[in-house]
Each structure stands twice: as structure tokens, then as C-alpha cells.
Design a protein around this ligand. Structure first.
Ligand SMILES: *Cc1c(COP(=O)(O)O)cnc(C)c1O
Length: 395
């Protein structure tokens, strides 16, 4: 018990710090504490009753309805489930794509989440990595070139609604147009949208392009513990019902149908998600998204003002900047780094006060790292563009 208490003390410290991991830690589920007395399991298909009685399918379907409405798919035309995480959503979406097109080629930009390439390995799919623009978006010129190499095979495409490192949103409309221009009709491609973080933020950003099943897409997934905020990892996967009927099979032992990746499924998560969706509503999410974008602009502005190269994509709250020299500092602030860059994902729990604490410490320490001129701040031009780099060469 003492070691658990020690854990709690450490977690509290991390909890209040800003972080590079996009988890909304601003939640209070005290009202649901009774749930810990139950082992709630939604095993099998959310829409088919199993014989196990302690389940939360009614809440799960409520959450799925909410997301189907958000992404514009009719109630009698969608299928989905609450997953264990965004990764499971990607594994499922790409599996549906492969079941629809067994000889399809998987296309995904280089900056896609590693789970997409894991899916390719697990399913032994041929996978083409497509180049990205400096922003992190898929480069549709390269996409076109790669498609031309396999014109005779159907295409399965992972489209990023917010990449992990740069928060870049792939241009879904341009991806579709590229396919259509090359003669890929709607029955020859399948698009999975990986919206782990931004799938729930973008619908609330003014002037943002839309993720919608009115477009020829096959599935969308999102993480539940990222923007919504939840005590346990979880996610949501929505696809077209027609695809699932082709993929699933009945299992007598479950008295249900097998269409999910996992067997037993967390029955607590749907209740937590349902609780937050109902408490906040569209208006609540919209306000939080706007606050995140405002605070992200503030962070980027202050970094640049103090001579630190930084980039913020238009539709994103992920601020990318030069990697701090000191690993201790990186760990303390839980920054996520890749090569010469680090990022902070501004979530609703990250206030201006927290950003100021972070910035003040960064500025103070950085002055120490580079004070005698022996060491220079890293050049980040190849990561975020010359115009965003403030190294000795580019400022
Ligand atoms: C976080 C993330 C994932 C994976 O989500 P998990 O819930 O951590 O499994 C997938 N794609 C993108 C773009 C992500 O940012």
C-alpha cells in the first residue's frame, strides 16, 4: 500500500505539469466512483446482447450514436465500438479495408502513427510510405506517383487527422481528388481516417475541412483518453455497417458476433465517455478547443519572441520547437522529442499560468546552455522549415 501511495504522490506531480503527450487531464469523475465495485465487460458486438449480464452496451451505443452524428453517418448505416485505444481503432479500420480489398495496397504518409505500420506487418500487407510536406501533411504529388506504381490494385489509405508529432491534418479532399483523377472509382479505394487526437477537435475549429461519411471514407477512429479525457485508455471506432457484415462471423459461445479486435472489452470506459459527452456537449467541446488553440498560439508566439524556432500548424494545438538541450529538463516537463524537435500538445488542462512557468524555466536554463558560445541551439530548418527556424544560420 505504501508503494501505491508513493505512486500517487509522483503522479500528482506529473499531473500538474505541462506535457508533450496529448492527454486531457482536466476531469472529475467522482460521481462514478461506485463503478469500481463491478467488473463491467462488453465482450463481443455492442449491438448484439451477449449472455453476460454486467455490461454497459446501452452507454456504449449512446457514445457511438454521438460520434456517428458528429461524422454524419445515419444510425442504421453505421457500426462501431469502444476500443481500448486509438491504436486498436487503426488496427480495426485497416483490417476492414483489407477485408474489403484483400489485394489492396496500404498507403500511409511517413509521419503516420507507428500503429499504422504495425497493422501492415500484422496483416502482411504491402505498404507504400508516402512523403510529407514540411507541415507534416501527406504530399499528394508523391501519393500520386506511388499510386501510379500500383494502378491495377485497389488502394487502402490511412489519412491523418492530426499527426502525432506535428499535429498536421492531411488534406482529405485532395487525397480523394488524387484518387479520382487517376481513375480510382469509389469501389476501388478505402480510406481510414486516424483521428486519434484531432478527430474530436477539428469538428469544432472554424473553417476547418470536414471529416464526414458523406465523403467516400470507410472508417474514422479517435482516442477517448486524449481530448475527451478519461481515467483509462480507450477509443472510438466508427465504420459503415455494410463493411462489417462482410467481415464478421457468429460465435455460439458468446451468443454474439465477432467483429471486434479484442474479445473482452472495458465496460467502464463507455460510461466515462458518455458522462463527459453529456456534461460538455458540442458547446463545451467547442469552447475547450478554442481555448486550446488560443493558448497554443500564445506558446508559439512567446517561444519565437525569445528566439526559439517554433511551428504551429493552422488547425492544430501542437507546438513544435527546438529540442531543449538538457534531458533532465525534457523529462521534468514530459516533453515528447524526435531528433532535433520537441513538442507540447496544448490540452484543456494546460493554462497560461502553466505555460508561463514552463517558458520562464526554459528561457532561464537555455541562457545557461548556450551562454559561452561553445554550444549552439540546434537547426530545425529540415524539420519545420527555414522560415520557422531561428538558429544562427536562419535567424
Ligand atoms: C496517439 C495516437 C495514436 C494511438 O493512440 P493510442 O490511444 O495511444 O493507442 C494513433 N494515431 C495518432 C495520430 C496518435 O496521435
Amino acid at each position: 500500500m505504501t508503494s501505491v501511495m508513493r505512486g500517487i504522490t509522483t503522479w500528482k506531480k506529473c499531473w500538474y505539469s505541462i506535457t508533450g503527450y496529448p492527454y486531457n487531464l482536466d476531469f472529475d469523475y467522482g460521481a462514478l466512483s461506485q463503478l469500481q465495485h463491478f467488473s463491467i465487460n462488453n465482450l463481443g458486438d455492442p449491438f448484439i446482447e451477449s449472455n453476460y449480464g454486467v455490461h454497459s452496451r446501452q452507454f456504449e451505443v449512446g457514445v457511438l450514436d454521438w460520434f456517428a452524428r458528429l461524422w454524419e453517418l445515419e444510425k442504421n448505416e453505421y457500426w462501431g465500438y469502444i476500443t481500448n485505444c486509438g491504436t486498436e481503432g487503426n488496427l480495426h479500420g485497416i483490417l476492414v479495408g483489407r477485408e474489403v480489398f484483400p489485394d489492396g495496397i496500404l498507403y500511409a504518409s511517413r509521419e503516420s502513427h507507428y500503429s499504422v505500420f504495425k497493422a501492415a506487418r500484422m496483416y502482411r500487407m504491402e505498404c507504400e510510405k508516402v512523403d510529407t510536406l514540411i507541415s507534416g501533411e501527406i504530399d499528394c504529388e508523391d501519393f500520386k506517383a506511388k499510386l501510379l506504381c500500383h494502378k491495377d490494385k485497389p488502394a487502402i489509405i490511412n489519412v491523418n487527422i492530426g499527426t502525432t508529432v506535428k499535429g498536421a491534418v492531411d488534406d482529405l479532399d485532395l487525397v480523394i481528388q488524387t484518387l479520382e483523377n487517376l481513375g480510382f472509382t469509389h469501389d476501388r479505394f478505402y480510406i481510414h481516417c486516424d483521428g486519434a487526437l484531432f478527430g474530436l477537435m477539428m469538428p469544432f475549429v472554424k473553417r476547418a475541412p470536414k471529416v464526414s461519411f458523406k465523403k467516400p471514407i470507410g472508417s474514422v477512429s479517435v482516442s477517448g483518453h486524449k481530448f475527451v479525457g478519461c481515467p483509462m485508455p480507450c477509443g472510438v471506432q466508427i465504420t459503415r455497417l455494410g463493411h462489417i457484415n462482410a467481415l464478421s462471423r457468429n460465435v455460439e459461445y458468446l451468443a454474439s458476433r465477432d467483429a471486434t479486435i479484442m474479445g473482452s472489452r472495458n465496460g467502464h470506459a463507455p460510461i466515462f465517455l458518455w458522462y463527459t459527452l453529456n456534461r460538455k456537449g458540442y458547446r463545451g467541446f467547442q469552447k475547450e478547443v478554442q481555448k486550446c488553440l488560443r493558448n497554443a498560439h500564445y506558446l508559439k508566439g512567446r517561444l519565437r519572441d525569445t528566439g526559439i524556432g517554433a511551428m504551429l500548424n493552422e488547425l492544430s494545438s501542437t507546438v513544435v520547437f527546438e529540442r531543449p538541450h538538457d534531458e533532465e529538463f525534457v523529462r521534468k516537463w514530459q516533453l515528447a522529442c524526435q531528433g532535433n524537435i520537441a513538442h507540447v500538445v496544448v490540452m484543456p488542462n494546460i493554462t497560461i499560468d502553466k505555460l508561463d512557468d514552463f517558458l520562464n524555466e526554459l528561457i532561464e536554463q537555455r541562457a545557461g546552455w548556450y551562454k559561452d558560445g561553445k554550444l549552439q541551439s540546434p537547426c530545425v530548418a529540415s524539420d519545420i522549415g527555414k522560415e520557422n527556424c531561428l538558429c544562427v544560420l536562419h535567424k
